[in-house]
Design a protein around this ligand. Structure first.
Ligand code: SF4
Ligand code: SF4
Length: 551
C-alpha cells in the first residue's frame, strides 16, 4: 500500500505498512486505488460519450459515491470495495459501448484505466496487490503531487455533492467536471501545466459544490440561526448521530419522535442544531462528546446505538460493533449497515430505534452549552452591528480558524492560538477544528461572540461569503485588504477541497497546519507558496503576533 491522502500519513510522506495510521488495511488501500483507477476509466469513456451527447447520470453519481467511499475514515470493507470495482468496470464498459454506438471511435493509445479488466475476484485482488492504479506507478513527484491535489479535491467535492443529492439537489456541470478531471489524471499525456490548471479549476468547482450543498441544506431546513446547544444529557435512552448527512438525521428524527428516545449529535453533526427546521423535534436533545477522534471514549460512555452518516469512523472495538450502525458509503465489516432509501422514501432506522429502547441512557460527560449558527444569512443579519464594531475599533481583526481536528497533540496549537488572540479579535470557524476551542470562555465583543461557528467544513463557504460581503461593505478592491487572517487546520480530503476553493476565491497568505500536506512535492509546494503565500503554522506566540500585525 501507499497512501498519502490525509494529514496523519506516516512521517508526512505516505502510509506504507500493513495498516495505515487510520487503521485502513493494506488490502483495502490497494482496493481503493483500484476502484479509483476503474473510475478514471469511467471518466475517460464518459467524457468521450458526452462529446456524442451520451450522459448517464446514474453512473456519474456512482462515480461520485465511489470517490466519497475512498475518503479517509469512510469505509474499511474489502468486500465492498471488491464489489464496487466490478460494478465500476461494468459501468465503464457500458459507457464505452454507448460511445461506440453513438458513432464514437476507439482509436489511438488508450489509458490503462480505460482498458484494464478482471473477470474474477481472485484476478481483481491480484491486480490490487500489484498496486495497479496506485501512486507508486507515478514516478514523477510533481505529477504525483498535482494529480493528488486534483484527486483529493474531487473526493472532497464528491462528499458534498452526495449530501446535496440526498436532499434532491444535483448539478450536471459538477458531475461532468468530475468525469473530465478523472479522465485527465488517467492520461499520461496531460501536461503538468494542464494539471496545474486543473487544480485551479477543482477549487473553482469546489466553490460550486459547497454552494450546491448550502442551497440544499438551507432550502430544505432553513438558514442557520444563533442557537445554544446543550452538552449535557437527560435520563432517557439515546441515539448518537455523527457525520454530515442532514437527510439521514431528518429521517431518524421522524422515526424517533414521541418514542421516548433522544437523539444526540456528535462531531460534525453538531451544526444540525443550528437549522430552524430541526428545532421542532424536542427529542433532538444536544451534542455529546468531542470531535470525531474522541469517538472511542464517547461511544463507550454513550451506551446506546450510534449512527455514522459520513466519514470519520474510527475502527471500532469488537465489543462496540453491534451498536455502531453505518449508512450510505460508510462501512465496516461486522457493523450493521442501514440500506439506502428507495426513491423519495425514508431510510429504515427501526433497528437502531429498537436497540436504543433497550439501552441505558448516556453517561454525562459535561453539562454546558455551545453557541453556533453563524452561517452567512445570520451574519448578514448582524452586518450593521459587525460593521459598526469594526469601524469603532472594537473588532480589530477576524481570524478564520476553520478546518479539521485530529488526534495529534500538536493540534493543541489551535487551542493556544484561540486563547492567546487579543480580546478584540473574532474567530470565524467551520468544521471540526472548532472542538479545540469552542468550549473555552472566550467572551464576546458588544454581544458578538468571539467565536462565530458557521457549521460543518462545507460551511467554510459561508465564511468566504461573509469575507466577500465585508470587502463590499468596506469598499475594498481586494479581499486580502480586510483585517482578516487564516489559520486553518486540515486532516482529510474535504479540507483539501476547501483549501483549493479558498485559493480560487482569491484568498492569500493562508496558514495551514499542523503540517503542509505530505503529498506536496517540493516543486508544487514552491508553486503554491509563490502564487498564494501559503505557509505552515509556526508557534502560538509567533503566529498570534504575526496575525495581529496583519499577516
Ligand atoms: S487515509 Fe491517511 S492514515 Fe489512512 S492510510 Fe491514507 S494517509 Fe494513511
Ligand atoms: S472538518 Fe475535516 S475532519 Fe471534520 S469532517 Fe470536515 S474534512 Fe473531515
Amino acid at each position: 500500500m501507499f497512501c498519502h491522502q490525509c494529514q496523519e500519513t506516516m512521517k508526512n510522506a505516505g502510509c506504507n505498512a500493513a495498516k495505515g495510521m487510520c487503521g485502513k488495511t493494506a488490502e483495502v488501500s490497494d482496493l481503493q486505488d483500484l476502484l479509483i483507477y476503474a473510475c478514471e476509466g469511467i471518466g475517460f469513456w464518459g467524457t468521450k460519450a458526452l462529446g456524442k451527447g451520451v450522459y448517464d447520470e446514474e453512473t456519474a453519481f456512482f462515480v461520485d459515491r465511489m470517490l466519497f467511499a475512498t475518503i479517509t475514515n469512510a469505509n474499511f470493507s474489502a468486500r465492498e470495495f471488491t464489489a464496487w470495482t466490478f460494478e465500476a468496470l461494468r459501468r465503464r464498459d457500458a459507457l464505452k459501448a454507448a460511445y461506440l454506438k453513438a458513432g464514437g471511435v476507439a482509436s489511438g493509445p488508450l489509458p490503462g484505466a480505460a482498458t484494464w479488466t478482471a473477470s474474477t475476484e481472485e484476478a481483481l485482488k491480484a491486480a490490487a496487490a500489484t498496486g495497479l492504479g496506485g501512486w507508486l506507478a507515478e514516478a514523477d513527484e510533481d505529477r504525483r503531487s498535482l494529480e493528488s491535489l486534483v484527486l483529493y479535491g474531487l473526493k472532497g467535492m464528491s462528499a458534498y455533492i452526495e449530501h446535496a443529492y440526498a436532499i434532491g439537489k444535483s448539478s450536471k456541470d459538477l458531475f461532468v467536471f468530475i468525469m473530465r478531471a478523472l479522465a485527465a489524471i488517467s492520461d499520461r499525456g496531460t501536461t503538468k501545466e494542464a494539471l496545474l490548471a486543473l487544480v485551479v479549476e477543482t477549487g473553482k468547482e469546489g466553490v460550486n459544490a459547497m454552494a450546491l450543498l448550502d442551497g440544499a441544506n438551507t432550502g430544505r431546513y432553513g438558514n442557520p440561526r444563533i442557537t445554544t446547544v446543550k452538552t449535557g444529557v437527560r435520563g432517557r435512552p439515546g441515539i448518537l448521530v455523527s457525520g454530515h448527512d442532514l437527510r439521514d438525521l431528518h429521517d431518524l428524527l421522524e422515526q424517533t419522535k414521541g418514542s421516548g428516545v433522544d437523539v444526540y449529535t456528535h462531531g460534525e453533526m453538531l451544526s444540525a442544531h443550528y437549522y430552524p427546521y430541526f428545532g421542532k423535534y424536542d427529542n433532538l436533545y444536544g451534542n455529546y462528546g468531542g470531535s470525531w477522534w474522541t469517538q472511542g471514549t464517547d461511544i463507550a460512555k454513550f451506551r446506546g446505538p450510534v449512527l455514522f452518516t459520513s466519514n470519520c469512523l474510527v475502527p471500532p472495538k469488537e465489543g462496540q460493533k453491534a451498536r455502531i450502525f453505518t449508512t450510505g458509503v460508510v462501512g465496516f465489516d461486522g457493523c450493521p449497515h442501514i440500506a439506502d432509501r428507495a426513491g423519495e422514501g425514508m431510510k429504515d432506522f427501526s433497528a437502531i430505534v429498537a436497540l436504543a429502547k433497550t439501552s441505558l441512557p448516556p453517561e454525562e460527560l459535561e453539562n454546558g452549552t455551545i453557541v453556533g449558527g453563524f452561517a452567512h444569512d445570520q451574519v448578514f443579519a448582524l452586518a450593521d452591528k459587525v460593521v459598526a464594531a469594526v469601524k469603532s475599533g472594537a473588532i480589530k481583526r477576524f481570524v478564520v480558524m476553520a478546518g479539521c481536528d485530529a488526534r495529534q497533540t500538536s493540534r493543541e496549537y489551535y487551542t493556544g492560538v484561540a486563547a492567546a488572540l487579543p480580546k478584540d479579535t473574532v474567530i470565524l470557524t467551520a468544521g471540526c477544528a472548532k472542538y479545540r476551542y469552542n468550549k473555552l470562555a472566550l467572551g464576546d465583543i458588544g454581544g458578538i461572540p468571539r467565536v462565530l461557528d458557521a457549521g460543518q467544513c462545507n460551511d467554510s463557504y459561508s465564511l468566504a461569503l461573509v469575507a466577500l460581503k465585508l470587502k463590499e461593505v468596506f469598499g475594498l478592491a481586494d479581499v486580502n485588504d480586510l483585517p482578516l487572517s487564516f489559520d486553518i487546520a486540515w486532516y482529510e480530503q474535504k479540507a483539501v477541497l476547501v483549501l483549493l476553493s479558498l485559493l480560487s476565491l482569491g484568498f492569500k497568505n493562508i496558514r495551514l497546519g499542523p503540517t503542509l500536506p505530505g503529498f506536496l512535492s517540493p516543486g508544487v509546494a514552491k508553486t503554491l507558496v509563490e502564487a498564494f503565500g501559503i505557509k505552515c503554522i509556526g508557534t502560538v506566540e509567533g503566529d498570534v503576533a504575526a496575525m495581529v500585525a496583519g499577516s
